[in-house]
Design a protein around this ligand. Structure first.
Ligand code: 0RA
Length: 646
């Protein structure tokens, strides 16, 4: 290439880089999913992932993440430091290339493939593009270097600012408020859940999370360090902390023979649910994929073979199905794949076919060894499988009953449902209301054109503790299925949820704003989480927020949701206002309920979302399981559904 051509080529490249940055700012959702709280937190994961990669390459064992007072984030690691030498092709520092060129991340080190990477694996330049301000500091070869950026553009060339005996990289960024218009506030709990998860998935790394917005009485900051020496084995123990194990040990293995590193850990507990979490390159693959298929295949084949040889199956009159091997199972599968292909609606389904066999083989080998060495546990597992098969038969009958009633419309809609007149589900809402009396008020207060009311009798069944056929036999729960128009089971998958005939796109849980009310909300949410997860994942589930106070003086009245709002309103009225504390929905009349809680113009609905399936599972098992003390503690500390609201 001539000098002239090189020059042209260089400027063409930098124009492309600029366009890349502009494109990220114009279409941020394409890179980070959304610009709500989820996308905001995603920025942190993207930066931390670079440090995790450095740790996986073997050069870093300590990462610290700090939420600064101004909601900017600092991520620090003790790796080799991002190289700062001049990048041959670009003519600028490698650091600058990584920070300002979309898609450059890590490419210059071709010996270590990038295995971690956020959901979209987009690189730190995307974070830079979406930040008001970003500051990189590199400690390398005895020197300290820095560079700063505004909205993704460097404001000076990389410069040396001192000497050091430290090694590592420090990144500080402040998300751009013109892009993240909804909120710029970081949630400590959300970041903590992800850092904890990362520490289990990448054992040996210490990740410290510090919140400088929270100063404790002794002057120190809120801070936790996550570190796991046993990895997935500890992750399983953590997840099942509130369930009762039926076998002596967590069964686990790790294999890095061959191309694909596989880690698996599992345990069986007394519950009836299946909890399998699968990860690819530290990303939770909600939709499963080939690694999950490999796991299932290995588990089913091995246990089936063992059960057949044990003679325990002789009295069983029907075939055991794959599902039966997974009742009461909690498992985690983590694989690292060099070039993952993500498929599915949310791009969280692994497509790489070559992953099936290594996972299946690893699982078989692990289980064979365990069953061989622990014959008592082996017998316990097989007995559990037999019970599951029997219960499945009972559940199938009960389910068919729900189905018949739903599909054939024999009984029609439940008698308690007051339906709306609108036919387009996208415009329809249904309120699940605690108690018949509040249900009556809601029925009077609603806009019957598009709002339906379904009163629920007291506390609905705690599905966390019930066998599945009991759940499907329960009338209240059958009514919910029927009212929503949701059915279970397709030709390929007997447990798949069918939302095609969903009758309302908004399903609103409306309960009293007290302890009982939040317990009932939690019961309903637990049911949705275990039996209609897709309803939550597709954003159909909401929680209504009735006010806590009515502040009245003369002909002025205001509703308040917090103590601060209450005192504020009182002050605005000149003090001395009458304050009514609503103890339940029942104390409001129809008009008040409409104005404050149901009218789309004024109400606040909290959309229920699941940040981390693993965390949600743990919380529901804790809130609804057998162990009372942790539940009490949690409910006392939090407003019941604290972790799962939007
Ligand atoms: C590639 C090569 C080298 C370091 C890194 C990447 C690196 C990147 C990040 C991102 C955050 N922290 C990081 N730490 C290191 C250096 C290769 C060498 O020194 O030979």
């Amino acid at each position: 290439m001539s000098e002239e051509a090189k020059k042209n080529n260089y400027s063409a490249d930098s124009i492309q880089a600029l366009e890349g940055m502009e494109h990220v700012r114009m279409r941020p959702s394409m890179y980070i999913g959304d610009v709500g709280p989820r996308g905001l937190h995603h920025l942190v994961y993207e930066v931390v992932d670079n440090s995790i990669d450095e740790a996986l390459a073997g050069y870093c064992d300590t990462i610290s993440v700090t939420i600064n007072e101004d909601n900017s984030i600092t991520v620090e690691d003790n790796g080799r430091g991002i190289p700062v030498d001049i990048h041959k092709k670009e003519g600028v520092s490698a650091l600058e290339v990584v920070m300002t060129k979309i898609g450059a991340g890590g490419k210059f080190d071709k010996d270590s493939y990038k295995v971690s990477g956020g959901l979209h694996g987009v690189g730190v330049s995307v974070v830079n593009a979406l930040s008001d301000h970003m500051h990189s500091t590199v400690f390398r070869d005895g020197k300290v270097y820095e560079q700063e950026y505004e909205k993704g553009k460097s404001i000076y060339p990389v410069r040396q600012i001192g000497e050091t005996d430290k090694r590592g990289t420090t990144q500080t960024f402040k998300p751009d408020g013109t892009i993240f218009t909804q909120t710029l506030e970081y949630s400590y709990d959300t970041l903590a859940a992800r850092m904890r998860e990362l520490s289990y998935l990448n054992k040996g790394i210490s990740i410290t999370l510090t919140d400088k917005r929270e100063v404790k009485e002794d002057g120190s900051f809120l801070s936790e360090t996550f570190h796991s020496s046993e990895g997935l084995k500890e992750f399983v123990k953590f997840l099942d902390g509130n369930r009762e194990p039926i076998i002596a040990h967590v069964i686990s293995m790790e294999s890095d023979k061959g191309e694909i590193p596989v880690e698996v850990a599992l345990i069986y507990n007394t519950s009836y649910s299946e909890n399998i979490f699968s990860y690819v390159n530290n990303i939770n693959t909600h939709e499963g994929g080939t690694h999950l298929s490999g796991f299932r295949r290995g588990l089913t084949n091995t246990l089936k073979k063992y059960a057949d040889n044990s003679g325990l199956l002789e009295k069983l009159k029907f075939e055991i199905s794959g599902d039966d091997f997974r009742e009461g199972l909690t498992a985690i599968i983590s694989v690292k794949v060099a070039e993952p292909q993500f498929e599915g609606q949310t791009k969280t389904k692994l497509g790489n076919r070559e992953v099936v066999a290594p996972v299946s083989q690893a699982v078989s080998e692990m289980l064979e060894n365990y069953l061989e060495e622990n014959p008592n546990d082996a017998r316990t597992i097989v007995q559990k499988v037999i019970l599951a098969a029997q219960a499945r038969h009972a559940a199938k009958k009960a389910r068919e009953m729900v189905q018949r009633k739903t599909v054939m419309g024999g009984g029609g809609l439940p008698g308690k449902l007051s339906d709306c007149s609108e036919q387009d589900p996208a415009k329809c809402e249904v309120f699940l209301v605690e108690g018949d009396s509040a249900g009556g008020t809601a029925k009077q207060g609603r806009d019957r054109a598009f709002q339906a009311i379904m009163p629920l009798r007291g506390k609905i069944l705690n599905v966390e503790k019930a066998m599945h056929h009991k759940v499907f036999e329960n009338e209240e729960i059958r009514n919910i299925f029927t009212a929503l128009g949701v059915t279970i089971g397709t030709a390929e998958d007997s447990k798949a949820l069918n939302l095609d005939k969903l009758r309302y796109h908004k399903v609103v849980i409306m309960c009293d704003a007290d302890v009982d009310g939040s317990h009932i909300s939690t019961l309903i949410l637990t049911f949705f989480f275990r039996f209609m997860k897709e309803l939550i994942e597709n954003g159909h589930v909401y929680i209504a927020t009735p006010p806590l106070y009515l502040v009245k003086k003369g002909n002025k009245k205001e509703y308040a949701w917090t103590e601060a709002q209450r005192d504020d309103a009182n002050e605005r009225m000149g003090g001395g206002a009458t304050i009514q504390r609503y103890k339940g929905l029942g104390e409001m009349n129809a008009e008040q309920l409409w104005e404050t809680t149901m009218n789309p113009e004024f109400r606040t609905l909290r959309q229920v979302s699941i940040d981390s399936l693993a965390e949600a599972d743990r919380i529901f098992s804790m809130l609804m399981g057998d162990e009372v003390p942790p539940r009490r503690e949690f409910i006392e500390k939090n407003a019941a559904y604290a972790k799962i609201d939007a």
